[in-house]
Design a protein around this ligand. Structure first.
Ligand code: ANZ
Ligand code: ZN
Length: 814
């Protein structure tokens, strides 16, 4: 092995121990300093971390160390999102019990984080699978239950026949289970839900409170909530007394409705087909559609399929009798599950009408070219002028929308309505490795919540957790059989466990009082410390985790447990590290482990490379060979510090140019970090500073170079803390560099010096110009040529030579 550029291994273990011993990362509850809560998303303990995971923690650590030097009282905790499927699936395949494998993985990952030099306040560690944590997850469930925000209902759920579990919609990837690729089917089961839809409007409104969040994430939140404003219109069933309410956002097209479509799940279907000779056919069709993936059915590209019910409904605006269909492209989950179809002006309806030969009627005309229902090739979805719409003809459709709605509301045939795409949060899982839902079923008293003083409902260790249609817990008799809290009769426990998103929806509150036995969190402390100043994590959590955390915070706020409406003040989502063009994964065999690299180059090199690899919010390709460049740079800093501390030559004067560079670098690095975490450009300016210091050293400006090294080491400390601590010590300091305050630049000293240069033409002084002392020859040339006097002298002359003597003079030969 080549000789090391500097002795990183001894240095790194030395300082890692020092930070632990001196409790550098422990929050000081008594401190008078301003607080700063930096939260990195707590990970699922999956085992070993790779360099892609590292980016997340290194960015957080760099920020935390920077903020410590800026003089804040830091809260930088870490914990484990420790319940969930992978550990259970591994156990089923014959691996360790989920509890054992999880605890083992936590140890491995903790050791890895330490090796990266990433520090946390471990005295505040939380682990979501520990009874003293999930006790309070259950407490939160009870609070929602008592508030009417947790309820049970039969629901068609995504069922993976292989994992034998319910999947959330987002765990279904192109009709198949995210984990095992088996085709997912629909199944009706009793499920627990949280009523997040009660908060849809507030969750939408309060996006405006999310000041420092990426716009992209705010938009994703808004789209997920999906507010839509339209009109509910009742259509009477022909020859019967019942009616169908449909939801439309295009009431301006109502005169063009030529058929109506129901979702196959629509509850009225049974009664309307019960005497139909086509009953069997229709039921077979419905059964078939229900095996299709719901999230897909609404997709524009999915083949539209339908069946005629043999019934008609009456369009209330013109009493027209139109056929009633059932089709796959209408979902029961949205609006009312019934749609008035306007093929002339809706793509899906158009495609469907063409396929089944249904009427098409134009009611909004193209002002530039009249439409013809017979020949049109696609729906006309643009704005235009109302036609075939009785008293509304001639109006622009946007305006007609309003007047039609007013008119319908007056005639009581329609009503303004708002719908949200957001659905209630399905929180129950028929799995073992999760927090048990604290509910007891009693034959007499019904569904009874566990008394708060009886929490936690412990998850038994000794369970046959091979999944079945029922939760594995249902086979654990000691667990299931209990007494009713109300009447004390024999009763049975709920055997479902909670979605792990419930665990992670409140963990940031627990960090303030992780060992509190009496409360989930300390109201006074969380009110002091939250909202979180900076949340850092993966963009894959941009929707669900953030939305659920926002929801739980709002519920707790409404119940008076917290005094804030939003948990996270600022959010940063880092880009992925990719390898060979793809996300790192075991199956692709492109996982880069940090271990060998740390062994070879040290953690500081890996940290520096990770931060230098590109803008931190963008994806970046990992390149093992480029790591070498970061290593060489650290070697260069190391040698410069050695030279400057050992050399005795000194001019005893100060290098003005270097001094200026120092102040400019402080300014740039500070601005880059404070801005959008531009660690990459911050690092490159320190690299420039080191280059300038080497030049200055050649001229024996020892004092200036020493100052430059001191500053460089401080500026690098958040990124490469070990070498920075060591060099700081070598420079003759006794206390840790993280006790130093962050350097501040002097604006005057950072300004480029302005100098006056004489301009000669054919060796005769003709003008003087003002330039920045470090202007390039090209800059100078441009300035000279635009100088009025020079222009006058050069009129109609050919320039033969243009001589720039840096900082001295310019001579033009003509
Ligand atoms: C008539 C119409 C005419 C419509 C037209 C659109 C264009 P947004 O804007 O996303 O809220 N729709 C309503 N409920 C539906 C359901 N359960 N499944 C599938 N589609 C449904 O979408 C509202 C529009 O989507 C509604 O307006 C309805 O079709 C359809 F030229 O009504 B529209
Ligand atoms: Zn009872």
């Amino acid at each position: 092995m080549k000789e090391k550029l500097y002795p990183f291994d001894n240095i790194e273990s030395k300082w890692q121990k020092y930070w632990l011993d001196t409790k550098l990362f422990e929050m000081d509850p008594k401190s008078k300093k301003e607080k700063y809560y930096c939260l990195v998303m707590f990970p699922y303990p999956s085992g070993k971390l790779h360099v892609g995971h590292g980016r997340n923690y290194i960015i957080g650590d760099a920020l935390v160390r920077y903020k410590i030097m800026k003089g804040y009282n830091l809260l930088s905790p870490m914990g484990w999102d420790a319940f969930g499927l992978p550990a259970e699936n591994a156990a089923i395949k014959g691996g360790l019990h989920p509890k054992e494998s999880t605890l083992k993985n936590i140890d491995t990952m903790k050791a890895q984080l330490a090796k990266w030099g990433v520090g946390y306040d471990w005295s505040r560690e939380v682990t979501s699978c520990a009874p003293d944590y999930y006790k309070w997850t259950q407490w939160i469930f009870l609070k929602l239950f008592k508030k009417g925000l947790a309820y049970k209902k039969k629901a068609a759920v995504n069922w993976c026949p292989s994992c034998k579990t319910v999947l959330a919609n987002e765990q279904v990837i192109s009709d198949s289970c995210e984990r095992c690729d088996t085709k997912v089917i629909d199944k009706d089961l009793e499920q627990w839900f949280f009523k997040i839809t009660d908060y849809a409007q507030t969750l939408l409104d309060d996006i405006k409170l999310l000041g420092d969040w990426p716009e992209r994430v705010k938009t994703m939140q808004a789209n997920w909530i999906g507010k839509s404003q339209g009109v509910n219109i009742d259509f009477l069933l022909d020859g019967a007394n019942s009616k169908f309410s449909c939801y439309t956002t295009r009431v301006d097209t109502i005169f063009g409705a030529t058929y109506m479509v129901l979702a196959p799940e629509h509850p009225e279907i049974d009664s309307i087909i019960k005497d139909s000779p086509e009953k069997d056919k229709i039921e077979a069709f419905i059964k078939k559609v229900r095996t299709q993936d719901k999230t897909k059915r609404a997709d524009a590209n999915v083949e539209k399929e339908g069946i005629f019910t043999q019934k008609y409904v009456i369009n209330p605006v013109n009493n027209r009798k139109i056929p009633l269909w059932i089709a796959n492209y209408v979902l029961m989950e949205y609006g009312t599950g019934a749609v008035m179809a306007v093929p002339a002006h809706d793509e899906r309806d158009f495609e469907f009408a063409k396929k089944y030969n249904l009427d098409i009627e134009v009611v909004i005309d193209n002002p530039n070219q009249a439409l013809d229902a017979q020949t049109m090739k696609t729906a006309y979805i643009e704005d235009g002028v109302m036609v075939n719409s009785e008293q509304f003809n001639g109006a622009r459709n946007k305006e007609a929308s309003e007047s039609i709605t007013d008119w319908m509301e007056q005639k009581k045939i329609g009503k303004r309505a708002t719908h949200f795409r957001l659905r209630d949060w399905l929180i129950s899982r028929q799995r073992y490795w999760g927090a048990p839902i604290p509910i007891i079923y009693c034959d007499k008293c019904g569904t009874v919540p566990v008394e708060e003083d009886q929490l936690p409902v412990n998850l038994p260790d000794d369970v046959e957790f091979k999944p079945d249609a029922l939760s594995p817990l249902s086979a654990a008799e000691d667990f299931v059989n209990t007494k009713c809290p109300k009447c004390k009769a024999d009763a049975k426990r709920e055997t479902d466990t909670m979605d792990t998103f419930v665990d992670s929806s409140w963990y940031y509150l627990r960090y303030l009082s992780p060992k509190d036995k009496d409360r989930p969190f300390d109201k006074k402390l969380v009110n002091e410390w939250l909202p979180v100043d900076q949340y850092i994590g993966g963009v894959e959590h941009a929707i669900l985790h953030l939305l659920y955390s926002r929801f739980i915070t709002k519920v707790l706020n409404d119940l008076g447990y917290v005094g804030f409406k939003e948990p996270f003040g600022a959010l940063f989502t880092q880009g992925m590290i990719i390898k060979n063009g793809a996300k790192m994964s075991k199956s692709k065999g492109n996982v880069v482990s940090p271990d060998a690299l740390i062994e070879k180059y040290g953690a500081d090199t890996i940290r520096l490379y990770t931060l230098f690899i590109g803008p931190p919010e963008k994806d970046a390709e990992w390149n093992d060979r480029a790591v070498e460049g970061s290593y060489k740079f650290l070697g260069r800093v190391w040698r410069l510090a050695e030279k400057v501390t050992s050399s005795s030559n000194d001019t005893n004067t100060f290098d003005k140019d270097l001094e200026r560079k120092i102040h400019q670098t402080i300014k740039k690095v500070t601005r880059d970090i404070e801005g959008d975490f531009k660690f990459n450009t911050a690092i490159s300016s320190v690299m420039e500073l080191i280059n300038a210091a080497y030049l200055s050293l050649d001229k024996n400006y020892n004092k200036s170079v020493k100052f430059a090294v001191e500053i460089a080491v401080k500026l690098l400390a958040p990124f490469v803390p070990h070498i920075s601590e060591e060099l700081w010590e070598k420079l003759g300091n006794t206390s840790t560099i993280f006790n130093q305050s962050w350097p501040e630049h002097d604006e005057e000293k950072s300004k480029d010096e302005v100098i006056i240069i004489p301009v000669m033409i054919n060796n005769k002084l003709r003008s003087r110009i003002e330039v920045d002392s470090n202007s390039s020859d090209d800059d100078i040339k441009t300035i000279v040529l635009s100088d009025a006097k020079v222009k006058e002298w050069l009129k109609d002359k050919d320039i033969k030579k243009f001589i720039v003597v840096p900082k001295k003079l310019v001579n033009i030969i003509v």
